[in-house]
Each structure stands twice: as C-alpha cells, then as structure tokens.
Design a protein around this ligand. Structure first.
Ligand code: ABU
Length: 514
C-alpha cells in the first residue's frame, strides 16, 4: 500500500522497515543500510517501498482524473504542510520519515508526465528512459574520462554519430558532446565558432578581436543573446533579424561584420522554421558560421512528416538537438553537434594532468572531458541509448507523428469553435498550436487597443485558476504585437484526442465568466 500517510496506514514493508530501525537504534541515514547487520534485507525493503511510492506516482500521473498539481504558494511550502518540512535536521531521521519525505516531495510537485500537461516543450515520462535514468544514478559516474565511464563514453560516440548521420553529415564529419540543455548547446556553438574564426581568443581574450556581430531572428531562443553576453561579446552584438509573420527574411542579414548566424528549426513559441537553405546560401556567400538551433525541431528528423522544414540543416556548421523535448527522453538530454572534427577539443582543452594524463595505456581520445567547459559531466546518454534500443528509430518516428497528429486535431477543433481564435490560420508546422480564448464578454467586440487590452488579461486569469484547480496545464505569453495567447505544445505520446477536448472545455469553463 504505497498510499501511506504520516499519521497512519503504514504499509507492511514500511512497518517492517521501521521495526528494523527500532531494533537497530544506531542506524543512521548517513551510513548506508548495507553496512549494517541485516543490511541487505533492510536495503531491499527500503527500495521496495521507494519503488511503491514511485509506481504509485507513475500510475497517478497516467490517471486522467488525478490532478496534475496540488498548488501551494512558496510561503505555504516553506511553512510546512501536513508535516512536510523543508528544514534540514541536525540529527538523522529514520528511514520511514525519509520515505514519507520522498512521497511528499512528489505530492507537492507537478506531474509533467500527465497526458493533460501541455505547459512545456518537454513532457511525458518514458518508462524505458526512466529505467535508464535510474541505472545512470546507480552507476553514479562521471563522463570526463574513459577510465571511469568506458561504456557510457562509447554510447555517447554511437549516439552522436547516429544523430550526425540523421542530420545528413558524412562519415568523415562530425563531433559533439551531450551537455546541460539547449541553451548550453547554443553557447557551445558560439564559443566554437568564435574560436574557429579567431583562435587567439582562447589565450588573449576579446581585446585581441574586432567587434563581432552575430545574427538571429526575433523569434529565436533568448539563449543566443545570453550566450553572447556570457562569452564577453555583449548582447548588443546580436543583430535581431525581423520576422515576416513567421519567417525571418534573409534580406535582413546585412550591414555588419559577418561571423555567425543562428537559424531556428522550431521556434519555442510558434514552432516556426527559418528557411534553412536560403540562410545557408547567405552564410556560404559571406563565409559565416551557420548554427541551427533544432532543440525543438530536431525531433522531426525522426519522422517523415514535416521533414522538408529541416531541409538545409546538413549545411550547418553546428546543430543543437534536444532529445528531451520531442523525442521524450527524460530531462536532461541535449546534444551540440559540430561539423568540423577536433574543433571542440582545440577550443576547450587545457590538459589538466591529474585527469587527462597523456601516458595512459588506452586510446585517450576517449577522455572527452577536455572538450567541454565543465569538468565533471553527468551521464545523459544512457537513457537515450536505451530508449533507442527499445523503440528503434521507427518507434521515435511514430511517437513524433502522434504528437503532430494531436496538434492537427487541436487546430481543427479550434477552427470550428467560435469561442476560440487561432493566432495563425494556417496548419501548424510543428506541434505548437497558439490561440486565444474569447470569453462571452469579448465576443463580437471590434478589434482595437481596448479589446486587446482586455484580451491580454484573459489567459493569465485562466492560467491562475487552472493552477489552483490542477486539472490541466498550458502556457501563455505575448509575442510581438500579439497580446497574451495560449501556446499548446505536444511532446507526450500518451496524450489522446480526449485530452485535447478536455483542455478546450476546461479553458472555456474557467474563462466563462471573465
Ligand atoms: N528551451 C526551453 C523551452 C522552454 C519550454 O518548454 O517552453
């Protein structure tokens, strides 16, 4: 019975566990249970109980009737709820309490695997991926050297090669690394591009370089500007290319010293695609580094649908691709692919001798840690490798298609309803669908600043109620001249048409008296 409570209802395993603790008064959580007499049995019981808690959470995340979140304000969580305390004790707490803490942590969190969670580009809970995550944590090793991560480093190589071949690079091309998220992948691309043009930057810094400019579209991810700031180029060095409705115009790329262009394959809000081939032509002509931020759109490479949107990606010098988004790998799993082999190593290596000894007895090219700007690196590859084994490339394709079909279904439902309005009348290019809800009081009003001002307030009010009720979750934002609108994104293959119907009905219910 995993639904134990602090006050009552201990499961039999938990009871046994707590009895064991009582008879071993010296047991401390700072010591591994395995180190105690009878420790194996206690360890098994502890983990069996933990698995019960996790399974209960997973099953609840899949029950449509269960809440996605039990919302509390920060001060309420800090004050402590029903015995759940964030405070750190001076003395060890019993394992029983540790299990209760695990359960409560999940209770007050957000079930991002719920089929009605539409808030983020990453959602769902892939069970094989989860198993991979658990194995990774059990192995608890570091990706810097082959001597401590032989298998995981070879898996990383296999995955990077596979992804590079899917992008369309040939056997002789391609390098890369898994790193913490799309923003860091984008940062790597800018770092390596700058080094490629100006290798002296590594030792002399920015004062040895001319003032650099880079280009990105106004709808691209904010991490491009952040990377320019972090790398000492300054966010003002980013030239923001205006978009024409959804597309940046290649003609916008003019007037400044060419260096780097970020093209987005699947923008965060609209799911739009920059015209990669046209941008690659401009980059070729002016010898610019072309980076494609396919953090969100990269997953489409696994499907036959919408693949044309990614035409030209093979001409990129670097690509960001997040398998933790559309491909559903558990967070985090993000790759930066660099076409020119060796550049990543040259750009970042400092050859720390305590770690990257040159006289090791194995092929030290697998000590990839010096390619990175980190030292220690989490193993993000195993879960993806395991998922790929379990699904095959075709399985990823079907999963992505399911998300795209859901987006088309939502689009069609919105087209036929008078209480909603689409931000774009054309079919979605990705699984993003953007729309306004029009409460009865706003229907039929003439367009204009006053209507817009009132419409701007609708989505935040509905979202606040949605969070309080916890039945579904969707994001909203303004963008350019568009006042606050909802953005629905599909990346959880567990979502069905009934969940899409529910979302619309729920928004209409929560917004009916606005
Ligand atoms: N690059 C993070 C995207 C955030 C989101 O899920 O909307």
């Amino acid at each position: 019975n995993p639904s134990m409570s602090r006050q009552s209802g201990k499961s039999s395993l938990l009871y046994l566990c707590s009895q064991h603790i009582k008879t071993n008064q010296t047991l401390s959580i700072s010591l591994s249970p395995l180190n105690k007499s009878g420790g194996e049995s206690l360890t098994c019981k502890f983990f069996q109980e933990l698995v019960n808690i996790l399974m209960d959470y997973i099953f609840k995340s899949n029950e449509r009737s269960s809440k996605i979140l039990d919302f509390h304000h920060p001060h309420q969580l800090k004050e402590g709820l029903e015995g759940f305390s964030l405070d750190l004790p001076d003395h060890p707490e019993p394992l029983e309490q540790i299990l209760v803490d695990c359960r409560d942590t999940l209770k007050y969190g957000v079930k991002t695997g719920h089929p009605r969670f539409f808030n983020q580009l990453s959602s769902g809970l892939d069970l094989v991926g989860l198993a991979g995550q658990w194995l990774t944590s059990t192995a608890n090793t570091n990706m810097f050297t082959y001597e401590v991560s032989p298998v995981f480093l070879l898996m990383e190589e296999v995955l990077l090669k596979k992804m590079q071949s899917i992008v369309g690079w040939c056997e002789e091309e391609g390098d890369g690394i898994f790193c913490p998220g799309g923003a860091v992948s984008n940062l790597y691309s800018l770092l390596v591009a700058r080094y490629d043009f100006y290798p002296e930057v590594k030792t002399k810094g920015m004062c040895a370089l001319p003032r650099l400019a880079l280009f990105t579209s106004e709808h691209s991810h904010y991490s491009v500007r952040k990377a320019a700031a972090v790398l000492g180029m300054g966010s003002d060095s980013v030239q923001v290319v205006p978009c024409d409705e959804r597309y940046p115009s290649p003609e916008g790329l003019f007037g400044l010293v060419p260096f780097y262009v970020n093209a987005t394959a699947g923008t965060t809000v609209y799911g739009a695609f920059d015209p990669l081939t046209a941008i690659a032509d401009v980059c070729d002509r002016h010898k610019l580094w072309l980076h494609v931020d396919a953090a969100w759109g990269g997953g489409l490479l696994m499907s036959r649908r919408h693949q044309g949107k990614l035409q030209g990606i093979e001409r990129a010098s670097s690509v960001t691709w997040n398998p933790h988004k559309l491909m559903g790998a558990p967070l985090q799993c993000s790759a930066i692919l660099i076409k020119k082999r060796g550049l990543l190593q040259e750009c970042n290596q400092l050859c720390a001798e305590y770690l990257f000894q040159s006289d090791k007895h194995y092929d030290i090219s697998y000590d990839t840690g010096d390619k990175t700007i980190q030292c220690g690196r989490h193993v993000d590859v195993f879960k993806l490798w395991l998922m790929w084994k379990a699904k095959g490339s075709e399985g990823f394709g079907s999963q992505v298609n399911k998300c795209l079909e859901n987006a088309e279904y939502l689009f069609k439902q919105l087209q036929r309803r008078a209480d909603f309005k689409l931000v774009f009348e054309s079919k979605p290019e990705h699984s993003n669908v953007c729309f306004w809800y029009l409460p009865p009081s706003l229907r039929g009003l003439p367009p204009g600043p006053d209507t817009n001002r009132r419409l701007h307030e609708v989505a935040p009010q509905i979202k606040a109620k949605m969070m309080e009720e916890g039945t579904t979750l969707i994001g909203y934002q303004p963008l350019g001249s568009n006042v606050n609108f909802f953005r629905c994104v599909f990346s959880n293959p567990a979502t069905q048409h009934e969940d899409v119907d529910f979302l619309l009905e729920e928004i209409a219910r929560l917004g009916s008296n606005l």
